[in-house]
Design a protein around this ligand. Sequence first.
Ligand SMILES: Cc1ncc(COP(=O)(O)O)c(C=O)c1O
Length: 460
Amino acid sequence: MDDARTSPEIGLGIQAFTRPPGAPRLPRIARGEGIWLIDTGGNRYLDASSGPVASNLGHGHPRILAAMEAQARQAVFAYPSQFESSANLEFAERLGRLAGPGLDRAFIVSGGSEAVESAIKFARQHAVATGEASRWKVIGRQPGYHGNTLGALAVSGDEHAHEIFGPLLRATQRVPAPLSYRLPPNHTVESYARACANALEEAILREGPETVLAFIMEPVGGLATGALVATDLYYEAVRQICTRHGVKLIFDEVMSGAGRTGRFLAADHWPSARPDIAVLAKGLSAGYAPLGAALVSAEMVRTVAEAGGFMHGFTYNAHVMSCAVGVAVLQEVEEADLAGNAACMGALLRQHLEALAEENPLIGDIRGLGLLMAVELVADQQTKRMIPLEKVAPARVQQLALQHGLALYCRRTSRGVYGDWLMLSPPLTITADEVEILVERLRLTLNDYATELRMEGILH
Ligand SMILES: Cc1ncc(COP(=O)(O)O)c(C=O)c1O
């Protein structure tokens, strides 16, 4: 129930921390069914972004609910320094098999930020164990996002967050992400990707290669770049640079992993650029339980174990219920070939979005891989002129979308200076008919927004 002491617009929920006073209340969730979310007023919303790109199996999935019930009747929690659990062992085995050689050991935590922290600390401890204690710097990308804990934020490229939290962080170098839509003058997509890879090598040389521990990047971007996919040469160049300088390559696959891009790992699209460490969360439990993992090689684990063991952990490491959910999710991803469906439905979604871009002037770019897609919003398709930043276009579109029964996720990086985009990343279980419904609702939403911007003289 609401508490009369609080503003009726905000209430006591977590939104009181995150939304400005007076902001309209969000719909209250009653239940979920497949790709639909239903509020307490009975309104139905198509989950067009899988929440924050997490609900990969949709809602109320019978297999996952059954696994949760079965596990709850046995044991929900047992601390890993006191007990092994079958759920942990089976989850680690399945995950290692799907991720493949070199990424076949999983350190299991509660979410993406913790998994990023774990990956960085593991890389550091491995360096110390192998006589390379001088290596500690982690290079990230600008823009880029790796989570909100202080360590993950330190390697994220978000000027706005760094303005506020910078003094608390030990931020290291960031190199430009190879953005593909808004290119610097005199660059093609390829030449800019090459320049961005070169910038990594220059940064390593400038810092002193013997001090650089790792380079972290999202192989397919999320909210920070709007589903950025670089050209193939970028991945290979980055891999070669890291190898040349003994720098660990970390792929942050918190959004892109677990089948979303059409392969189990986005890394599987570039086999010759395989990372040393991969980080997963979100789709790994499809939102049914807090879960994340840092994947490394058996050899790295042995080295660290022989040096005394990984000096790192949380109460909810390898949480038994979360691992049981993870097992059921991975079974479903594999048996229902959800990565295959993501590839097919992603291609269909792209076709529909391209048709929509012909008719709606707000769609500047469509990019992504599989069902990790984004559209970039512009005020002019020809000149790529942005919608004025103070309009906070994604938030307004998110609001309008709710009125059309579409739940969209939006969060800005760097106050939107690199562009504004909407994630289109529905559950991997989506069907062709449902893709059509999604696009129709998006069409209505963007038409409304275009009308609004025309009335304000922003769109001509
Ligand atoms: C690429 C990436 N890394 C890390 C994170 C952080 O994950 P979490 O919010 O589970 O801590 C996110 C979350 O959006 C993400 O997109």
